[in-house]
Design a protein around this ligand. Sequence first.
Ligand code: CP
Length: 319
Amino acid sequence: TFPTPSPVQAKEKSELKDFLHISDFDKATIMNILNRAAEVKALLKSGERTYLPFKGKTMAMIFAKPSMRTRVSFETGFSLLGGHAIYLGPDDIQMGKREETRDVARVLSRYNDIIMARVFAHQDILDLAKYSSVPVVNGLTDYNHPCQIMADALTMIEHIGQLEGTKVVYVGDGNNIVHSWLLLAAVIPFHFVCACPKGFEPDEKTVEKARQAGVSKIEITNDPKEAVRGADVVYSDVWASMGQKEEAAYRRQVFKGFQVDEALMKLAGPKAYFMHCLPAERGVEVTDGVIEAPNSIVFPQAENRMHAQNAIMLNLLGF
Ligand code: CP
């Protein structure tokens, strides 16, 4: 059920060294990576363990803050395909504090075949990519989360049959997940709606970039009830991220009315799936009932982080 990229546009390998923003890639390359993710997922799910393209290769994983999904999905995926992943936490590297980012990039490039970084400050990922001689994968910044959105696209194709032409409604803060959806909508045609409280809209330049691409219908609204009508996917994320702990109580007040609950899902209709990048605060941005409902696909979505990332790394490493 995966759309086959046009043979004219299709490129087997990315011409880009790094994976930093979805919109750096053309539609054919994104679809090729998603197809590859599905193939390698099927192989790994079958129990096959003889496909080892990363044998003899190492990956440095830089984490500025704690993470479960990103760490385990990258480390497991790289290991299952024969490679060795090295975890570097906040005690090992303090980008721009203990050591300059450009020096970290040049040193790690000399040991490793690929670098994955979850650095929060977006400039750090740009600097890492600029000074690294090996591919750099953006494992999340405060601006965007391209690996998550590739996993989300894969999950939608598996459950809906396609990404193109669907209606995705994000309910909550106009954060890095929303920017990733907007950058995807600049390349692949679908209808994207962000329903957020006033003052919590996504970055204006990114909204403009997505609109100017002329590929997808983009709406930013403050009315979640109207937004979710006819949605194929209702998507949510935490109202306060790790860096916003002091604001959490204030945000709970402002975001009242933006909780994805059973009533909102009913307005979306029976075919709407619920998605969330996790971790979720049950009872805050989403109810327990919605996350546990049969049309919640948050766990296949979390699993697909690994498969999408494997395909991204295969592409960047030339397989
Ligand atoms: N979704 C996500 O990036 O999860 P972690 O914070 O657990 O890595």
